[in-house]
Structures are given as structure tokens and as C-alpha cells.
Design a binder for this molecule. Structure first.
Ligand code: SF4
Length: 443
């Protein structure tokens, strides 16, 4: 029987916290390979509850979130100007190596990757795995997709997979593992569910009811990760939720980019969730689209168990709203907040994402956004901008800067970018963050 090892590596960054983090794509690949007859071994360096994770980091808050074990590491040269500690998040490296001792030699190893500038974790895992097993390593995920050339040269993987899985991916996996994998229909890829049986202990799951996003915001790489937009079969989604309910899992994180789009879809599912009496806590990881939060949608979200709602606004500047994609305006946003409050969400349960440091966005402009949101009595969740390959904004930047960012994904880190952004500096951010903290503490 062919054997695959799936690995979710460490994250190197200035901050990282377990907000129900799961390697969603990798878990779907497990489902796919198991259906093709593979035996699967799995190591998730970011699984706080695993036997190989330090005991003191298994504690979670009432919603199952918690801090990762981490070790401070030396900053790469590029980050010397960033006044923060740089860390490797995830299980101790020795525990990873020990875990490998208990595993059989696989035919193929699949490693996933997160945001582009955290790739040091990928390289570390690939080096250890290569040393131990000498079998083909295939790298997929966000870094592999957005910085493919860099990953080919520097990740240590033998093959770099760009984008979502498909029949070409299956053919590659079959060839490397010297087995035949039957091709699938397009819909089967879209309806794949993640394989949570790989986790012995589990207090949350990530789900997607939809794939991709119908919008095209100039700062977002969603289209490079999944072309088009797909809403999954509602019955399949409900069956999936039912399996989590039966396993006693309460916390469900949405990884969708456009969960509420054409909201009759989500309304139908939420009505059934309410009817079945599931006791889930739902939390959207990405910002929800204000335009689809009408009175009924807000009421259904409240009854179904949504908490810690995040709504996208990004900027209150009308011309910037239009030039970056036009997904929301201030009136639409205010109406969404009114609907959420009317449905029973407290101001402290509603967070709004605003971007800070978009191309041409000054500190003054960000302050206007902060003051606009402050009047609504909800929490402000600032997101610092950095240019990401695969976005329209990335294509617009000067060729020499673009080349530098392509050559070194570390430069795409938002904290690093603050140190070179002429429109919105590190000092601007410190000043505005203090104002936001003070506003948030009063909500
Ligand atoms: S920012 Fe949100 S709405 Fe815009 S393209 Fe990305 S996922 Fe879609």
C-alpha cells in the first residue's frame, strides 16, 4: 500500500497565535489520498494538543484558542531594522525529529506552506525530512503558489505545486509514489472535506462552505490561490457539520473568502443548523462582506452561534474604496453594523478590519477611518498592508522594488514593509495603534 507523510511546518514571524489554525488544504489532500488507497502519516508542528507538543502550551481559552510554544531565533539580515523579536512558532525541533523516529519510511512527503514570508519553517522541515528519508518532497500551499520560483530554488522541496489540487496533482503524486490514482471530476475536488481523523485531540475545526471569491480587490491574492468562485453543495456541508457535532466539536472557524455572497445560500444552511439544534460556536477568520449582512442574515448568524464577527471595511476613503475593488462603501457598512446590533451582537463582538498603509494611504487617511469606526461603538482590527505577489497592487509597484520582493519573500512581511513605506511609517503605526487600543478598551 502506498504511504504518504503530510507535514504542516513551523511558522517564523514576529507574532503568531493559535486562532483555530488548521492546515486546511493539507487535510483535504489526506482525504484525497486515503480514497486512492494511501496510508497517511501526519505531523502538524502547529498542533498545540498533539502528544508531541509541550504540555504547558495545551491550555486554551474558553473558545479553544491559545499561545504556541515558540523560540526566539536570530533575525535575518533584512529584519535588523524591525524593532521586534523574531520567533519560530510550533513544536520544539527535537520533538519533531523524535516523532519521525516512530514513523515508517513514506513513498512521498507532502509539505504545506502558509503566508509567503514565513518560508523558513518550510525549509527547516524539508531539510530534516530529506536527511531522514531521502524520498520526494512536494511543497504546496500559499508560499508555493505565490512565490513558486523562489520556492523551487530555496525551499528544499523536489517539486513545488502551484494552486489548488487537481488531476495533474494526482498524476504527479501517483508517479512519485509509484502507484495509479484514478482521476476525479472537478466537483469532487470542490466538495472535498478535510480529514480531521488525523488529530487525536481536537477542540476546533476549520471549514469552507465556498471556494474562492467573486470580487477582485487590488491588494488581495485570493484569485491566485483559487480561480473563480464555488459554493459547495448545501447537503454536503450539513453532513460535514453533522460529523463534527457527533465528534463533540463545538468551535468552527470559517476559512471562506466570501461566505455571505448571494446570501440566500448561507441563510438556507443556517436555518437548518438552527433547526437541528447544533451547539456550535462559529467564527469567521476572514472579514465578512457588509453588503450581504441584511437583517435576516444577521439574525440567523446570531441564532446559529456566530461570535466575534469580523466585517471588512478596509478604508472609508470613497475614491480608494472604488479604486481597490468597490466591495463596500460607508453607508453599506453602517447598515451592516446596525443589522448586527439589532440581531443582538454587542459592539464588543463586532470587529472591523481596516487596512493601514495601502499604496497612497497616509496616516491621516487611516486616522479618518479609525475615527469613523469609533463613532459606531465596535472594535477596530487594523491590518497592516504589505504587497503580496499575485495582487494587482503588486503588479503596479516599481520594477526594482518588485524584483527585490520577488527575490526575497521576507521583504513581504508587513512589519518589514512598515519600515520602508514612505506613506505610512512604523512611528505612524505605533501612534495610531495606541489610539485604536484606547478606543477598543472603551467598547
Ligand atoms: S479582499 Fe476579500 S472580497 Fe476582496 S478579493 Fe480578497 S477575499 Fe475577495
Amino acid at each position: 500500500m502506498p504511504r504518504a507523510m503530510l507535514v504542516n511546518p513551523w511558522v517564523y514571524d514576529f507574532k503568531f497565535h493559535d486562532f483555530w489554525v488548521k492546515p486546511y488544504g493539507l487535510l483535504k489532500i489526506s482525504t484525497l489520498l486515503k480514497s486512492a488507497g494511501f496510508e497517511i502519516d501526519f505531523i502538524d508542528c502547529l498542533d498545540r494538543l498533539a502528544a508531541y507538543s509541550p504540555e504547558e502550551f495545551k491550555k486554551s481559552d474558553s473558545y479553544g484558542k491559545g499561545a504556541y510554544y515558540c523560540e526566539e531565533v536570530e533575525k535575518p539580515q533584512q529584519y535588523k531594522r524591525v524593532p521586534r523579536k523574531y520567533k519560530r512558532y510550533g513544536i520544539p525541533v527535537e520533538n519533531f525529529k523524535k516523532e519521525l523516529e516512530n514513523m515508517k519510511r513514506p513513498d512521498i512527503i507532502l509539505v504545506t506552506s502558509g503566508v509567503t514570508y514565513t518560508y523558513d519553517g518550510v525549509r527547516l522541515a524539508a531539510d530534516i525530512l530529506k536527511d531522514k528519508f531521502q524520498v520526494p518532497i512536494v511543497l504546496g500551499g500559499i508560499y508555493a503558489t505565490l512565490c513558486t520560483e523562489h520556492a523551487r530554488k530555496h525551499s528544499g522541496a523536489d517539486h513545488v505545486w502551484q494552486g489548488a489540487v487537481n488531476n495533474v496533482f494526482l498524476a504527479l503524486a501517483g508517479k512519485l509514489a509509484r502507484t495509479r490514482i484514478d482521476p476525479k471530476q472537478e466537483a469532487e475536488f470542490n466538495e472535498l472535506v478535510p480529514d480531521y481523523s488525523l488529530y487525536k485531540e481536537l477542540n476546533s475545526v476549520a471549514v469552507r462552505f465556498t471556494n474562492g471569491c467573486p470580487f477582485s480587490c487590488t491588494y488581495c491574492a485570493s484569485k491566485s490561490l483559487y480561480e473563480g468562485f464555488y459554493q459547495r453543495n448545501a447537503l454536503n456541508v450539513l453532513n460535514e457539520l453533522d460529523s463534527y457535532h457527533k465528534r463533540g466539536i463545538k468551535n468552527i472557524a470559517f476559512y471562506d473568502d466570501a461566505l455571505l455572497y448571494k446570501n440566500h445560500y448561507i441563510k438556507g444552511i443556517l436555518k437548518e443548523v438552527i433547526k437541528r439544534g447544533y451547539n456550535f460556536v462559529f467564527q469567521p477568520s476572514n472579514g465578512l462582506h457588509a453588503a450581504y449582512i441584511d437583517e435576516e442574515a444577521a439574525a440567523l448568524m446570531k441564532q446559529a452561534g456566530f461570535t466575534d464577527i469580523r466585517v471588512s471595511l478596509e478604508t472609508t476613503d470613497y475614491s480608494m474604496q472604488k479604486s481597490t475593488g468597490g466591495k463596500v462603501d460607508n453607508e453599506i457598512f453602517k447598515r451592516a453594523v446596525e443589522n448586527l446590533k439589532k440581531a443582538g451582537f454587542k459592539g464588543s463582538e463586532i470587529g472591523v478590519y481596516i487596512l493601514a498603509g495601502l499604496p497612497g494611504q497616509t496616516a491621516e487617511s487611516v486616522l479618518n477611518d479609525v475615527r469613523f469606526v469609533a463613532k459606531l461603538g465596535i472594535k477596530i482590527k487594523p491590518a497592516i498592508y504589505s504587497p503580496i505577489p499575485g495582487t494587482v497592487d503588486f503588479m503596479r509597484i516599481k520594477p526594482d522594488i518588485k524584483a527585490a520582493l520577488n527575490n526575497e519573500p521576507l521583504l513581504q512581511n508587513e512589519y518589514y514593509f512598515l519600515t520602508i513605506n514612505n506613506d505610512y511609517s512604523w512611528e505612524d503605526n505605533v501612534r495610531i495603534k495606541a489610539e485604536i487600543d484606547s478606543i477598543n478598551s472603551a467598547v
